[in-house]
Design a protein around this ligand. Structure first.
Ligand SMILES: [Zn+2]
Length: 193
């Protein structure tokens, strides 16, 4: 299993003030802005987005999809996703996406590589959840099973057709801890293959 940990980048994330608790129930919301989806057909994008939303909803995190650009600094966790195509073969070979902390937190998805494979909507949904989780957790780690595996096997790809890959309990704890802290103070470049 190859794990791409290309480099570690520390970044101060201004404006990530964390979530506010209401009556003991913490708000766990993440706003996601998509950039440049011109190359992605709505038939792929819409179910991918819905799947990612359902996967996070299961653990009590609401994904909200922002329109345009965020207005000023938000106290809420904010993630930007860019879908790129025409990825050169030598750019992180085999990786489907990577996450970096800038402008808040930024995910680049090599959509052309996903599109070439089967079931692009389902895979895109899973890839987005995986990378958003890295940014929310703010640490470089993978799990042995489920959505946060470093590399999904053909069996995992088969399983995700039946039911979405799950978070481990530790994945969930780390997401909650990251959201409490105000998201990735130190994020890492981690690629999903
Ligand atoms: Zn990863």
């Amino acid at each position: 299993m190859r794990i791409a940990r290309v480099t570690t980048i520390a970044a101060l994330m201004a404006g990530m003030a964390g979530t506010v608790a209401h009556a003991g129930e913490p708000q766990r919301r993440v706003t996601v802005y998509l950039r440049d989806r011109t190359n992605v057909h709505p038939e792929v994008w819409i179910p991918a987005k819905a799947l990612a939303g359902r996967m996070f909803a299961k653990i009590g995190v609401a994904l909200e999809w922002g329109k345009g650009e965020p207005a000023g600094e938000s106290s809420q966790a904010t993630v930007f996703i860019e879908l790129v195509t025409d990825t050169p073969e030598n750019r992180m070979p085999g990786a489907l996406a990577y996450a970096l902390p800038y402008e808040g937190a930024h995910i680049t998805v090599f959509f052309d590589r996903i599109e070439k494979g089967p079931d692009p909507a389902r895979v895109l949904g899973h890839v987005m959840v995986h990378e958003i989780t890295h940014l929310l957790q703010g640490i470089s780690r993978h799990s042995d099973t489920g959505i946060m595996k470093a590399r999904w096997t053909s069996r995992d790809y088969g399983d995700m057709r039946m039911t979405p890959l799950a978070f481990t309990l530790l994945d969930v704890d780390l997401i909650y801890a990251g959201l409490r802290k105000g998201m990735a103070k130190t994020a890492v470049l981690v690629a999903q293959r």
